[in-house]
Design a protein around this ligand. Structure first.
Ligand code: ZN
Length: 432
């Protein structure tokens, strides 16, 4: 099976290649990249006016299956991923039952093979039932195919257990993804501690709740030599801690979400439930620091923290509303529009693709993803139009969920095709 992509503008940050090239895919791999490929192909896509990039990889997706299929399933979640330009997603372990043993890992992987539209990399839980008490079956899950461990949604508050988890993970060469939140400080708060929280009369969670755990997990990664990835970082000080740790040679990376890059706690003023997310939207100073961290390369990846919920879980009073934002189908236009404003088109595109493809692939140690190296790269490719104006319309999402704070926003950028292993899994014109 050959697929030829003609006349696109190719950007491959990993190989520092950028320009007008044709790209030939054969048997699921990138075969040739050249100015004018004349080979006869089974299918040809005219990519005039489109950017051709390595497929996006989301390090942080909640697929909700098993257990919460009313929110999302492996099928609908991966359809949403494909529509958003993601050819791979890493899925979190806080399903029901929790992915804390090999049986659940195998269930997820089998379901993904049968019904998934994109590559699925599961994370196993650090602790059984996400309870923070006993380590889960990490070795057996590693054999069953997890790429790392995380109790995301919760923090392992017991430092001795966290140390043990990092030691185990290092032994299996697994990534440890941490949700950093000192739960004794944050309590039930779901808004940033500050002026807005005070004025609304809502309990707030201070930046320190996050920073304490960022500092602790960095210290434990330094102690154990394990590979630590900090999920959804939101504060300026947290970013400084990561920067300093990297300088010391600690194996630490971090991600930010599109919503923490673009929204602040001011957005919560009208008790907007779709702005309720954990960690909370922070102050403008923090948001600006995250953008700077993205521009100067401190932040390794953009990850969506796609967290689908059913309407009844959001349409209640603010304090009772579920935390979370769906992000797979808005990530490209939200982040592209932000970067276009910050740095202009020439610089924005390579940086964005670095953070959406090459960065995550390096964190996952997936050598054949996140690049378009002929002869070795998997043919996971995203084609998008960076010029077209779009209005976000959550009613048209492939995701089951609609909890999107960007609904109605006018932005730039639209995914046209998503290709996984040489197969078109999404086409905006319906021609899959
Ligand atoms: Zn999450």
């Amino acid at each position: 099976m050959n697929l030829l992509i003609k006349n696109g503008y190719l950007i491959d940050p990993a190989n520092k290649r950028e320009g007008r090239f044709d790209l030939l895919i054969r048997d699921g791999k990138v075969k040739t990249i050249s100015q004018n490929i004349k080979t006869k192909a089974d299918r040809t896509i005219d990519a005039s006016g489109l950017i051709v990039s390595p497929g996006f990889i989301d390090l942080h997706t909640h697929l909700r299956e098993p257990g919460y299929e009313y929110k999302e399933t492996i099928r609908t979640g991966t359809e949403a991923a494909a529509a958003g330009g993601f050819s791979s997603v890493v899925c979190m372990a806080n399903t029901q039952p929790v992915n804390d043993n090999a049986v659940i890992t195998e269930y997820i992987r089998n379901k993904a093979r049968e019904e998934g539209r994109v590559n699925l990399f599961p994370l196993g839980a650090i602790s059984k039932g996400l309870e923070g008490k006993v380590l889960s079956e990490i070795g057996q899950m590693a054999e069953a195919g997890i790429v790392g461990i995380s109790d995301d949604g919760k923090t392992v508050m017991n430092s001795a257990l966290m140390r043990k988890a990092l030691q185990y993970a290092a032994g299996f060469n697994l990534l440890v993804v941490t949700h950093c939140e000192d739960e004794s400080l944050s309590g039930e708060a779901s808004i940033n501690e500050g002026v807005v929280a005070t004025e609304l009369g809502l309990p707030g969670s201070p930046n320190a709740a996050e920073e304490l755990m960022v500092a602790r997990d960095i210290a434990l990664a330094e102690l154990t030599g394990a590979k630590l990835h900090i999920a959804h970082l939101t504060t300026a000080v947290g970013l400084e801690l990561v920067t300093a740790a990297k300088k010391r040679g600690v194996r630490v990376t971090c991600e930010v979400t599109p919503h923490h890059l673009t929204l602040t706690d001011e957005s919560v003023r009208d008790y907007h439930r779709f702005m309720k997310v954990r960690p909370p939207l922070r102050s403008e100073a923090d948001q600006k620091a995250l953008v700077r961290g993205l521009l100067n390369g401190t932040i390794d990846a953009i990850a969506t923290d796609h967290a689908p919920h059913a309407p009844f879980e959001k349409e209640v009073e603010f304090v009772r509303a579920a935390n979370g934002i769906v992000g797979l189908e808005t990530c490209l236009p939200v982040c592209l529009s932000l970067l276009l404003k910050e740095m202009g088109k020439k610089k924005a595109l390579p940086l964005l693709l670095e953070k959406l493809s090459r960065g995550p692939a390096r964190i996952l140690q997936e050598k054949n993803k996140g690049n378009l190296t002929p002869g070795s790269a998997d043919a996971d490719i995203t084609l998008f139009d960076p010029e077209v104006d779009v209005v976000i319309d959550s009613s048209r999402f492939k995701s089951k969920a609609r909890n999107c704070p960007f609904n109605g926003w006018k932005l730039k950028g639209k995914v046209r095709y998503t290709i996984v292993g040489g197969e078109v899994v999404y086409a905006s014109n319906g021609k899959v």
